[in-house]
Design a protein around this ligand. Structure first.
Ligand SMILES: Cc1cc2nc3c(=O)[nH]c(=O)nc-3n(C[C@H](O)[C@H](O)[C@H](O)COP(=O)(O)OP(=O)(O)OC[C@H]3O[C@@H](n4cnc5c(N)ncnc54)[C@H](O)[C@@H]3O)c2cc1C
Ligand SMILES: NC(=O)c1ccc[n+]([C@@H]2O[C@H](COP(=O)([O-])OP(=O)(O)OC[C@H]3O[C@@H](n4cnc5c(N)ncnc54)[C@H](O)[C@@H]3O)[C@@H](O)[C@H]2O)c1
Length: 499
């Protein structure tokens, strides 16, 4: 069995509620994750006094438990695989396809600063924010109680706004016997100290697919169980299929259209799971990766007449609530659970808070204004760090058509010189645009290919800027680079239009 416990360094002696010199701030932010800190840094920079409350590691999930450690453990396997495509490099790499796991974990520990959060605290202090460790909860309009484990507590008052940025927590599926096993959540996977013999992953979304990629390069046998007919169901079906085929080639077993109905512990310490298909799979460890829900329990929403599922307007103001003082950003509002989109919401919320504090009315702003998180609806971008990467922005073809858009699909492969230099004529990939044919602009894009995540951003820019595709032909990709795929997409689209 792999061990899951971690030591974290919280510096608990510092920044306690009793050390606060005042209890009144212009802005109170609950949660020091990337999204809360984004708001706080901007409100503080504009001269509004801002306090951040945090009851775990300062910095939230992204730097310690989520984005950074997951990408840290994925990158070595990916780099090795990329080098193995190249004659002249592959001969120098051991034929064993596994990474050096101890080295990978040591690098991960460095990247997460050994679970010591002082560097992020220093960032917040440098941004002129007041820092306080404890659990925050709403106790009335603009009133937040901060309480720590030692019984210290203070009630803080906001003169302008309270921002909820409390993040999300894993959904634990309702499976018979689940309470009898010692399962992993994503935290135990990204902070693993040893390698499971056989990891069973429940859920075929982003976490499930990324962790299947990582642990198979560590030498674990991996079985992934997904209730949908294809993995990564939020993306283009062809993209999920390509990632699954690559993982299958790497030795991962898939059970699609299957749910776990029961789990139990075997006498030898292994865990068995029974599927809706009747099959039983036995492994050393189980990772639950079945999605996330807002971390809103126990934060006092009932004290201001709200329920745990928060709805926000385009400025991130919580609806329906009088007084325009409560905002929710990042995973808390579950609009799109990524760091970059949550930080974007944080920027929009900060703009609105600062403007409202000056007495401006910013509630009826147009899409794409600095007070309106329009991209949440039209331009969500994401790179799934599987091997190959799955990078996407905007709408899928099906979503676009559902919205009544005259959407056309343009899809090409990666058979061109810029891709050949990354392998030996064997760089495999798929690029797809979803075009609004009537307006001649992009509404969606997907790229699948090894290390292809960075190909996405030009499409995001074209989509947000609504650049006419005829104009884009003047943006000439350099030769020989993988960006040549843009030329192929454009030529295909112009041919489809008969130009
Ligand atoms: C395994 C994994 C990998 C991921 N990889 C990526 C990736 O590569 N790229 C990407 O963009 N996204 C990734 N994500 C998603 C990303 O981690 C989240 O979207 C992001 O962390 C959300 O930031 P946040 O500020 O909303 O919340 P969080 O980062 O969760 O921060 C919320 C903070 O609030 C604190 N808090 C909660 N309640 C209270 C309270 N009552 N009082 C005081 N403090 C409180 C918590 O302790 C926490 O520190 C990944 C997620 C997972 C699970
Ligand atoms: N690279 C990145 O940007 C990155 C990486 C990891 C996570 N994240 C974010 O973190 C969030 C959480 O990721 P996630 O993979 O947990 O969620 P997800 O929503 O991406 O996928 C959840 C998966 O679990 C399945 N599922 C749901 N109920 C189930 C059940 N009862 N049994 C088995 N499977 C079930 C779903 O069908 C889906 O395939 C995502 O929103 C994602 O955007 C981002």
């Amino acid at each position: 069995m792999a061990s899951a416990s971690r030591t974290v360094n919280l510096h608990p002696a510092n920044y306690l509620p009793d050390t606060l010199e005042t209890t009144t701030f212009d802005i109170i932010v609950i949660g020091s994750g990337p999204c809360g800190r984004q708001v706080a840094s901007k409100t503080a920079a504009s001269g509004l006094t801002t306090v951040i409350i945090e009851d775990e590691l300062w910095g939230g999930d992204c730097p310690f438990w989520a984005c950074m450690p997951s990408k840290a453990i994925l990158r070595p396997g990916e780099a090795l695989a990329a080098a193995r495509m190249l004659g002249g490099a592959k001969e120098l790499i051991a034929t064993n396809r596994l990474v050096d796991v101890e080295g990978v974990f040591a690098r991960r520990d460095k990247i997460v600063h050994n679970y010591d959060d002082q560097w992020v605290v220093n960032l917040s202090l440098g941004q002129k924010c007041t820092v306080v460790r404890g659990r925050g909860s709403l106790v009335g309009d603009k009133k937040v109680l901060v309480r720590n484990g030692n019984g210290q507590q203070k009630t803080l008052t906001a003169t302008h706004a309270v921002v909820l940025s409390t993040g999300s927590e894993p959904i634990i599926p309702d499976i018979k016997g689940i309470e009898t096993i010692d399962y992993w959540t994503p935290r135990e996977a990204t902070s693993a100290k040893s390698v499971p013999g056989h990891l069973i992953i429940v859920g075929g979304g982003v976490v499930g697919s990324e962790m299947a990629t990582a642990f198979s390069t560590f030498g674990s046998k991996v079985t992934l169980i997904c209730p949908n007919s294809e993995i990564l169901p939020k993306f283009e079906p062809q993209a999920g299929k390509l990632v699954r085929e690559a993982l299958t080639a790497q030795g991962v077993d898939f059970h699609l259209s299957a749910k776990v109905v029961e789990v139990w512990k075997e006498d030898d310490g292994y865990t068995s799971v029974k599927l809706t298909t009747g099959k039983i799979v036995t492994g050393s460890d189980v990772l639950l990766a079945a999605g996330r829900k807002p971390r809103t329990r126990g934060i006092g929403l009932e004290n201001v007449g709200l329920t745990p599922s928060l709805e926000v307007d385009p400025t991130m103001l919580v609806k329906p609530l009088e007084g325009m003082w409560l905002y929710a950003v990042g995973d808390t509002n579950m609009r799109s659970s990524t760091t970059h989109m949550g930080e974007y919401q944080g920027r929009v919320a900060a703009n609105a808070i600062v403007a409202r504090a000056r007495g401006e009315n910013v509630s009826d702003t147009k899409p794409w204004s600095s007070f309106n998180a329009t991209a949440d609806n039209l331009a969500v971008s994401q790179v799934v760090v599987t091997d190959p990467h799955l990078a996407s922005v905007g709408l899928t073809l099906a979503e676009a058509r559902k919205r009544g858009i005259d959407a056309k699909e343009v899809a090409v492969g990666f058979n061109f010189p810029g891709a050949w230099v990354f392998g030996e004529f064997n760089y495999e990939g798929w690029a797809q645009w979803v075009v609004n044919a009537e307006k001649n602009v992009l509404v969606g894009a997907t790229f699948v290919g090894r290390e292809a995540g960075d190909l996405l951003h030009p499409s995001t820019v074209a989509l947000v800027g609504e650049i006419p595709l005829d104009r884009l032909i003047h943006a000439v990709p350099s030769f020989p680079t993988r960006s040549e795929v843009y030329g192929l997409l454009l030529e295909k689209w112009l041919a489809m239009k008969g130009k």
